[in-house]
Design a protein around this ligand. Sequence first.
Ligand SMILES: [Zn+2]
Length: 359
Amino acid sequence: MNIDIKYNEYLDEFTYDLSLTMRLQNYISNHFYLAYTIAKLAPIYLVGGSIRCLIYAKKPKDMDFVVLGKEQLEWVLKVFKAYNIDFKRNRFGGYKFIYGDTEVDLWLAEDLFSSMQYNVDGLYFDLGTNSLLSLTFDDFNKNGLKLINPENNIENGREKKLVKYEKIVAERETLIKQINILANDETVKKYFELCGQNDNLANQQKDLYKQIKFQEYSSCNHIWVNTLRDYDPWEGRSYNYCECIKCGLDKRVFQLEEEGYHILTFDQRIMYDFLRNQSYKEGIDTHLLCDLDLAKAIYSKIKEAHPDIDDETAIKYFGVALLHIRDTKVSDERKESRAKRLSLTPEFNKWNGRDVKSY
Ligand SMILES: [Zn+2]
């Protein structure tokens, strides 16, 4: 495997390296020769970021080694003892120590795959044969241990992604521990129990609400108005959608739904499901053009004043109210107080011909 190495402009310990293999060999010999001592009896690999540093002629911050086979522990510990290595256990169960100017982390693993998560580059330097291996998760999955093309690994930001991935795995481990501790806390248990009950009731409530709305829509003798919702200035066309001023059933949901069911509100989804699955009464088409909020507000005022009014008469009153609103010029203040009377928001200002006119 040939990977081009970089050189620094000034003379340094990397100046005379002819290849990556040579550089790795030199660097390990000069900074942690004991790895080669271990290599005499056990398979040992240099892994990870230090290889990458050396490609770029940078001194690695630390060096990570994997010794293959946990049965090698005895031999490794003998070497440590013979050379007075004062090690600590690192957080992944390996050995950590300073040797000369180098920080070393050394693991024992049953296979190289288990060291994969600490080896973001997928690069392994085999000290036994002084050769470089490049391995990916896929290699292990598909073929087991084998040599592959080095170009696979050190491109496309793979390293960064894997560093991030490793960090997330570690963070989640910590989080899950904390979560598990909390999960046994009585208050937290109670919290989840109550949340569960609440979710359950909320679902029942939603379900009932839907049934009630379905009944309301199917029993209503609809009075349809048209609402100009969509004007396409490029094509000069406008699209009208029907809505019932009595029950609020709104066929506009079909137009909205084109952009995706998820953009519909809870109520609009109920209408959508209803219009799709139920046959509904045709009702009366008024051919009036009016904002639906305004129309519903006017209709409910009419109903308030005349509870027993029939649809035909209600439509007449409704038409008169629209004409009145359309033709009588009033100040913004009056509009505001009228909006208030009709229980519309004070900002409701759609009182012009575009919202209120007959065909
Ligand atoms: Zn209706």
